[in-house]
Ligand binder design. Structure first.
Ligand SMILES: Cc1cc2nc3c(=O)[nH]c(=O)nc-3n(C[C@H](O)[C@H](O)[C@H](O)COP(=O)(O)O)c2cc1C
Length: 117
């Protein structure tokens, strides 16, 4: 996986909603986790956490299956939505630049046992 020039990817990215359900290699997931640790926040005083989830942890509702989900959690402070959106958009571009299809999904929810964790 590359650490891409995100600016160039802005003009190429698009939402993908049909996925190859074969899980990603562990080494790819590791690189995604590393990239997640280095995102630039808009507000560095807001605590955020990201989790890569498998499909059995998510209630999809009407959305098609995906092999993985990236869930974002944030402290509730002024600017928290812009902050998390700014950070997730960097991931959106990173995935696009590396040939991984994604789209933003607010309809699916986490299963109760995952939320309890
Ligand atoms: C916070 C957020 C949640 C969204 N939730 C969903 C969703 O659950 N299902 C869906 O099909 N699109 C959802 N969308 C819309 C898309 O994933 C996508 O951003 C939108 O269709 C614009 O697509 P494009 O910029 O790739 O053309 C959501 C967008 C945002 C910003």
């Amino acid at each position: 996986m590359e650490t891409p020039d995100l600016y160039k990817t802005i003009f190429k990215r698009k939402s993908i909603r049909t996925y190859d359900l074969k899980p990603l290699e562990e080494s790819t997931l590791k690189k995604i986790s590393e990239y997640l640790q280095n995102l630039t926040p808009l507000h560095d005083d807001i605590e955020v956490e990201f989790k890569i989830l498998s499909q059995d942890m998510v209630k999809r509702r009407m959305m098609k299956k995906a092999p993985h989900y990236l869930a974002a959690f944030s402290e509730l402070k002024e600017g928290h939505l812009s902050n998390i959106g700014f950070m997730l958009q960097q991931m959106d571009l990173f995935f696009s630049a590396n040939g991984l299809g994604t789209c933003w999904q607010g309809i699916p929810t986490l299963k109760k046992e995952v939320l309890e964790n």
